[in-house]
Design a protein around this ligand. Structure first.
Ligand SMILES: Cc1cc2nc3c(=O)[nH]c(=O)nc-3n(C[C@H](O)[C@H](O)[C@H](O)COP(=O)(O)O)c2cc1C
Length: 387
């Protein structure tokens, strides 16, 4: 077993072990991938201020996100098709998160169903909800999340229409995937992945097939997905969803202060500054650059979280010091999952935790809850002075 010291180590193993079609699905942004790239690169423009001879003992990374205790403010983001990266992927990732003491978010487009994940975990997880036209399906999804004791719903608002990812079109990655001789030949070389997939019954969208009207088997999925997303979504429709769910609510995909204020008015408990990991609007600002203006607008009234581009504990430290109350990792945990299953997700969390803890110490701080901008050196104009 190779020595794993960073998230990039996990990505490399993941790339070797996973069919190209599913690796490309993750390691891709929309169109030119500018936003996908800048999400990670822009973290490097922020510097950390080293302090010395400060008591660095008794440190803690424990905090809360929407009132829930977390071992560190780093949750697992919702990632569709996680169960195709590794057999039973959502269950494995949820179990790793539970053992580590951080929240897991299940995607609407997951392979393992809400009920299945609930049956294999004991810590309540968070349910991500896409904004679909079918109100009955939406009501039922919230009801199922409630019955499964999910402790929060997360409505993703940045996917009314789908950004284009060139590789997915070329690879035939659709719902269900269009298999070609080339992709089947590639899959046959990924032995561990293939054995896992042969050994599980969970291979289709568990929250959709058998639940959405007219989707009784995987072959009817593509026509359903083409129709299902609500292009006409507006804040009134989001208010209707708010009425369907009386628990904690997180609104995901906010990149503008005006939208942050709307989310506040809807009665959300938290918002996530996110550009969907650079998979939707190519040319959008990176999430870390968008964060300060949103904090200025609503930071004292609602919990502001951030995702998109986090690949290390230092990135987490920068986001928290800037003012985010919580963060999420998407690709970073998927790399771990595809590389080594549940153990790999645990490894990803351990790597990030250690980087966060030690870097916080080297900035002269002991408590993740009291971080502030004093530990950061942010270049002038970082957030932009746009006309
Ligand atoms: C392969 C993949 C699938 C995703 N699927 C979903 C999804 O089903 N629902 C959702 O709200 N966000 C989805 N996202 C976005 C993530 O929740 C998160 O915003 C993003 O991954 C954060 O960026 P990062 O991967 O750089 O950490 C997906 C991201 C990836 C990479």
């Amino acid at each position: 077993m190779p020595v794993i010291t960073c998230i990039e180590d996990l990505r490399r193993i993941y790339e070797r072990r996973t069919p190209r079609m599913f690796y490309d699905y993750v390691e891709t942004g929309s169109w030119t991938e500018q936003t996908f790239r800048e999400n990670t690169c822009d973290f490097q423009d922020i510097y950390l201020r080293q302090r010395v001879a400060v008591d660095m003992s008794g440190r803690t990374t424990a905090s809360t996100m929407i009132g829930e205790e977390v071992a560190m403010p780093v949750a697992l983001a919702p990632v569709g098709l996680t169960g195709m990266q590794c057999a039973d992927g959502e269950i494995k990732a949820a179990r790793a998160a539970e053992k580590f003491g951080v929240p897991f978010t299940l995607s609407t487009m997951s392979i393992c169903s809400i009920e299945d994940v609930a049956a294999h975990t004991s810590r309540p997880f968070w349910m991500q909800v896409y904004t679909l036209k079918d109100s009955d399906f939406m009501q039922r999804l919230f009801d199922r999340a409630r019955e499964a004791k999910c402790s929060a719903a997360m409505i993703t608002v940045d996917l009314q229409v789908l950004g284009q990812r060139h590789k997915d079109l070329k690879n035939g990655l659709s719902a269900p995937p269009k298999l070609t001789a080339k992709s089947v030949a590639d899959m046959m070389t990924k032995v561990q992945w293939g054995l896992g997939m042969l050994g599980t019954k969970r291979r289709f969208f568990g929250n959709i097939v058998g639940h959405a009207k007219g989707v009784t088997d995987p072959s009817s999925l593509s026509s359903w997905t083409a129709e299902a997303f609500d292009e006409a979504l507006d804040w009134d429709r989001i208010r209707e969803f708010r009425k369907m769910w009386d628990g904690k609510l997180i609104i995901k995909g906010i990149m503008d202060p005006r939208d942050a204020r709307e989310a506040l008015n809807v009665g959300a408990d938290a918002i996530i500054v996110s550009n969907h990991g650079g998979r939707q609007l190519d040319g959008a600002l990176s999430a870390i650059r968008a964060l300060p203006a949103i904090l200025d607008a609503v930071g004292d009234k609602i919990e502001v979280h951030l995702d998109s581009g986090i690949r290390s504990g230092q990135d987490v430290l920068k986001a928290l010091a800037m003012g985010a109350r919580g963060t999420y990792i998407g690709r970073a945990f998927v790399y771990g999952l595809g590389a080594m299953g549940e153990e790999g997700v645990t490894k990803a969390l351990e790597v990030i935790h250690k980087e966060l803890d030690v870097s916080m110490a080297l900035c002269g701080r002991q408590d993740v809850k009291t971080l502030d901008r004093d530990i950061l050196m942010i270049p002038k104009g970082f957030e932009g002075d746009w006309t």
